[in-house]
Write a protein that binds this ligand. Structure first.
Ligand code: PHE
Length: 356
């Protein structure tokens, strides 16, 4: 009995894990454990010897059992102490700063332009970027032989030889949305359409994808005077300073008369300052909507007339925020985006002022 006791209590004392302890428990107290087998042998003993041996075995079993429990608890405490030491962390340390993304200048200007025209009662209209050649050209009085249709400017969608659907293009301007808006709303009408446009061209001032904002206002008696007022209001709000405009006679198939519009600026010190000096910078095309275009949009030219304009968003973004190269807008250079981008909460307002 003493040998048994010593053997098991020693083994329990050196068991280094719960698994090792379990092995000892099975060896002693398991169904086929040494103590259990000894207890089974009691049945074959004389009553007097059985009572004495039984009592002693019970005591021994309880002793081993409580030694097992005590050792298990000690191992658990040690493991917890170890984890507490290893997983300790200082919650008072300052956090690691996380880089915030920025709003792209095009998105920012898009929102600014929308806010200013919305204030003058213009709603935002949209149209598809993959457009039929009818909306992009024919409906805008651009006949089949017009140079704007030449392959070098326009991206045509691929058509299989046996595909007889009319040609589709990546829209070369936002003007097709004029037609779509007339069809959808009729006159009177006051919309702008900011959007992506595409032309096959690439240098410091041209990229194959760029952005325009179209404007269209139709009513009974709108004139070029209304156009000029709207544009001067717009540029003054956008640049945060009074900006004069200069209208130069021009030609677009979809307007008559047509004008290219310049804004006043100075080029002093190699930088452009809008609203000062006696220089001029071209920023948009415009005119009175051609009667054929009204008809294509389902509007009777005897009952409504109005003006339209198309302005480069990238262009006016470069001017306001001093961005020298158009191509940089499309390069996703993180250093550039951090420098020229806007904080997400820097919401455009009508009174935001100039940032040059
Ligand atoms: N669509 C013309 C362009 O892309 C601009 C324009 C729009 C001109 C509306 C007149 C009227 O150049």
């Amino acid at each position: 009995m003493d040998d048994l006791r010593k053997n098991y209590l020693d083994r329990i004392a050196v068991a280094a894990s719960e698994a090792a302890l379990e092995e000892v428990r099975i060896a002693a107290l398991g169904k086929k454990g040494e103590i259990s087998l000894k207890m089974r042998e009691l049945g074959a003993m004389e009553p007097a010897a059985r009572a004495a041996a039984g009592a002693a075995l019970n005591v021994l079993r309880d002793e081993i059992d409580s030694a097992l429990r005590a050792r298990k608890a000690a191992l658990g405490d040690a493991a917890l102490d170890e984890r507490l030491a290893a997983e300790w962390l200082d919650v008072t340390l300052p956090g690691r700063p996380r880089r915030q993304g920025t709003i792209h200048p095009i998105s920012q200007v898009w929102e600014e332009v929308t806010a200013i025209f919305a204030d003058m009662g213009f709603a935002v209209a949209e149209g598809p970027e993959v457009e039929s050649d009818w909306y992009n050209f024919d409906a805008l009085n651009i006949p089949g032989h017009h140079p704007a249709r030449a392959e070098m400017d326009t991206f045509y969608m691929h058509r299989a030889p046996d595909d007889n659907r009319p040609p589709a293009v990546l829209r070369t301007h936002t003007s097709p949305v004029q037609i779509r808006s007339m069809e959808a709303q009729g006159a009177p009408l006051r919309i702008i359409c900011p959007g992506r446009v595409y032309r096959a061209d690439y240098d410091q001032t041209h990229t194959p994808n760029f952005h325009q904002v179209e404007g269209l206002a139709l009513d009974r008696d709108l004139t070029m005077a209304n156009l000029k007022w709207v544009l001067e209001e717009f540029f003054s709000a956008y640049f945060g300073t009074r900006v004069r405009t200069r209208f130069r006679a021009s030609h677009f198939p979809f307007t008559e008369p047509s004008a290219e519009v310049d804004i006043q600026c100075s080029f002093e010190g190699g930088t452009v300052h809008v609203g000062e000096g006696d220089g001029w910078l071209e920023v948009l095309g415009s005119g009175m909507v051609h009667p054929k275009v009204l008809k294509a949009g389902g509007i009777d030219p005897a009952k409504a007339q109005g003006f339209a304009f198309g302005m480069g968003i990238d262009r006016i973004a470069m001017l306001k925020y001093g961005i020298p190269d158009l191509r940089s807008f499309f390069e996703s250079d993180l250093r550039w985006l951090r420098h020229y981008g806007f904080a997400a909460l820097d919401v455009p307002t009508l009174h935001g002022g100039v940032a040059r």
